[in-house]
Design a binder for this molecule. Structure first.
Ligand code: SF4
Length: 379
């Protein structure tokens, strides 16, 4: 079996088509943030063209029953991971020596696989929050299915991801097929072409509710530094009780392979490390193994250069880093234009916590939205 799922790329397109053709199934699709910034390239558009509305219209035309956004789940990831970060910081400030800091982000499956195989002595550090793809699958087959009265076995959850490792992630046994099929951005483009949909002349459409609601914080998950910036926006307001005047944390942005920044959160100087590319991640992990001399409180790692905008399932960019940078700028533009830009302000997320989960890190949230890691042998 190909560890990243690359060898089953085309098989899964036909699985989606059979699901869509089956009248007994309810087929739900989610689209990751980086997909909207690159899909247009497959249809002759300039790199960095945002095609969110056209992508949604194409998915509706293909026959998906519900077109939702992984960004909703990214907002939920921040609720859970942010709460975990605040909990660890609070306990550490009170002198609890058993707390593991820095917290490591956990939304990139190639990175998860990397630390499970190569840094298995540090498995208490990553956040236990599932990735947005898996959080979405778990929510679709519990909260949403119950709300709509759809039996779990009738629902097929399809993901459109910029990533081939997400196929491997969806197949991890602990996730119990919450996500049934994962397609790459390229595979979605192939599906649209196969269905003879004239993508460029499609009228823009909107995501369905409630799992299509999202904030700007979720959109920037698709680029290096975005997950931690989203977490800081929420953690800042939760810790200080003050509203952020400016939500853009320029100090967390950039393209250097390893970056470090300090953000003032109340009385605390929150020290953050960021790496993209696994070679760069190794540098930070070796540092952590050597006692965390720079005192990081949180580290974000994305395996692909540039983050998911440069993912292995995206249209080929043939090593042209400018293409990746344009996709990245597109995500920052979408964030800037969103009416809400902080995950904890997403009204559909608030309603879900009020009516279903109670609060972040509740017993039910732990059961459905968190995971665990295990030492794995190198392949
Ligand atoms: Fe997938 Fe790359 Fe994004 Fe990681 S950084 S989730 S491997 S696309």
């Amino acid at each position: 079996v190909c560890p990243t799922g690359a060898l089953c790329e085309n098989e899964q397109v036909s699985d989606v088509l059979s699901g869509l053709a089956n009248p007994d199934k309810v087929v739900v699709v989610q689209t990751a943030p980086a997909v909207r910034a690159a899909l247009g390239e497959e249809f002759g558009m300039e790199a960095g063209t945002l095609v969110t509305g056209k992508m949604v219209a194409a998915l509706k035309e293909l026959g998906f029953n519900y077109v939702f956004d992984t960004d909703f789940a990214a907002d939920v990831t921040i609720m859970e991971e942010g709460a975990e970060l605040i909990d660890r910081l609070t306990r550490s400030i009170k002198g609890d020596k058993s707390v593991h800091l820095p917290i490591l982000t956990s939304c990139c499956p190639a990175w998860v696989n990397f630390y499970e195989t190569q840094f298995s002595d540090l498995l208490d550090y990553p956040s236990t929050a599932k990735s947005p793809q898996q959080i979405f699958g778990a929510i679709a087959k519990s909260y949403f299915a119950e709300k709509m009265n759809i039996p779990r076995e009738k629902m097929i959850v399809v993901s459109i991801m910029p990533c081939l490792a997400k196929k491997y992630e969806a197949d991890r046994p602990e996730f119990e097929k919450d996500v049934d099929i994962t397609l790459s951005t390229r595979e979605l483009a192939a599906l649209i072409k196969q269905a003879n949909i004239d993508f460029n002349s499609l009228e823009e459409a909107e995501f369905d509710h409630p799992l299509g609601e999202s904030t700007g914080a979720a959109v920037i998950f698709g680029t290096t530094g975005g997950v931690i910036e989203a977490a800081v926006r929420t953690a800042y307001e939760k810790v200080t009780g003050e509203s952020l005047g400016k939500v853009d944390f320029e100090e967390l942005r950039g393209f250097d392979g390893v970056r470090a920044a300090t953000v003032k959160v109340g009385d605390l100087d929150l020290k953050i490390g960021i790496a993209h590319g696994l070679g760069n991640a190794r540098t930070l992990m070796e540092e952590l193994r050597n006692g965390n001399p720079r005192g990081f409180h949180a580290i974000e790692v994305m395996a692909c250069p540039g983050g998911c905008v440069g993912g292995g399932g995206q249209p080929y960019h043939h090593g042209n880093i400018e293409v990746v940078q344009k996709r990245r700028e597109a995500l920052y533009r979408e964030d800037e234009h969103k009416p809400l830009r902080k995950s904890h302000e997403n009204p559909a997320v608030i309603e879900m916590y009020d009516t279903y989960f109670g609060h972040p890190m509740s017993h039910k949230a732990h059961e459905l939205l968190h995971t665990h890691y295990t030492k794995k042998d190198r392949i």
